[in-house]
Design a protein around this ligand. Sequence first.
Ligand code: GLN
Length: 548
Amino acid sequence: MGFNTKFIFITGGVLSSLGKGLASAAIGALLESRGLTVTIQKLDPYINVDPGTMNPFQHGEVFVTDDGSETDLDLGHYERFTNAKLGSNNNFTTGKIYHSVISKERRGDYLGGTVQVIPHITDEIKDSIMLHADTVDVVIVEIGGTIGDIESLPFLEAIRQFRADQKKEDVLYIHLTLVPYIATAGEVKTKPTQHSVKELRSIGIQPDILLCRTDRFLSKDIKKKIALFCDVGVDAVITAKDVEHIYEVPLVFHKEGLDDKIVELLNIWARAPRLEPWEELLEKLQHPQHAVNIGIVGKYVNLTESYKSLNEALCHGGIPNNCKVNLLFIDADKIGETNCNKVLADVHGVLVPGGFGQRGTDGKILAAKYARENNIPYFGICLGMQIAVVEFARNIAGIAGAHSSEFDKKTPHPVIYLMREWYDDKTGTMQKRDIHSEKGGSMRLGAYPCRIQPDTLAYKAYQTDEISERHRHRYEFNNEYKMKLEQSGLTFSGISPNGELIEIIEIKNHPWFLGCQFHPEFKSRPMAPHPLFRDFIRASLEYSKKDQ
Ligand code: GLN
């Protein structure tokens, strides 16, 4: 076919949650550290066309890419670990594949043929993988789900065929399994791995490398046993040991010889890895000098998966401040008029994250008020900015009954509302949005430019006057109230280039109170912490010192 791209397929066995997404991201990081370019793609077996409509309780966070795709949260790991630029071509679901095949069938593209899983669905899957051919040195493809699920079969069949279509040395299969330690027997057990590989082989895939998730380094004998039963080289049995910090994973994999094995099997000539940045990062994470408690006042508080990127961005914000960031998840529903001081007693910074739906709104407004009145740093993200605007309008600007029309359709003062028509700077077209817009189809999604006003907290953080950040919301600030709120002391420190959309607000005479309409957490990286998170943590650290 005439391209030089290599492909690595990563499957998972035994059970879910073994960290396949992180493993894929860490492999990407290792290959980049050897001077190779990579991209990472996730193939998800579920039928939703994308995770945009999925409940974060069930599926975790929806990660948004620059191009406005709503994707699986694993893409967040991929972006945080590598320099890959991800977009809609990096996440395919069964739903998206079928959607495309069925559209082609309706258009008559199959010329009257019977449309079948093999070859039509499997071809569509292979085509989606091939979209990345020739764009990078190595394409890493993570297959969602666990071997044995019926949903993932077409994907596995497609990747099986893939090696037959290409040169053998261009394709590599890596399988992640579990090697549990059984306390009563006093040893690790290899049987689940043997069974999982047997299952994989029964559908025609012989793994080349096994990543064995376990709580201890595997002895040579255990590795030999696994190698023998699973028909891989002993040096292709890699211990994927539990770690304290996720950013340790590339280093552990490297110590186990994973990147050497990958480049050997794929016959790639690559330089020795440069892992100093990862080592330095880990050193900083392991030895912080300070600690702060950040209260995250939200709805999905019992499931940290829902705020994956946020949690990571907060951790990144601690790094340049030499500071460990403790996350206190606070259920907004538990906050009432009289208990704010108790619920938020140990908190050095309040963060109200993005969210949808009515539940917890009053508690979030009270938390914003408490932070404002007590000079506690406040960071409002998307919904958190809207909440801050509502609170300010009601309690400072004296606009009684001010609310977001998302939560009170009949509010006399919709300071946050559905903008019916707006000029999209990105596409140069007018966009329409109203109450009847299709759910999932009417959001402002992806990267938008924003101008930063001088002499503001935002400018202090970004040190530049034009930025680009990612959005995922329907509601906007209502410009009818701009003048009144400005007169009352609200600063509009980030505005779209055409002046129409308010993107950042802040309050003067407060150590650090800022709300942004976008989601900065999606762009934070461990090696390049997001400036707003960095400054929020710095302000929280200062507050914590005052506290003592
Ligand atoms: N529900 C709000 C909106 O749609 C905020 C969304 C969010 O926080 N991501 O505008």
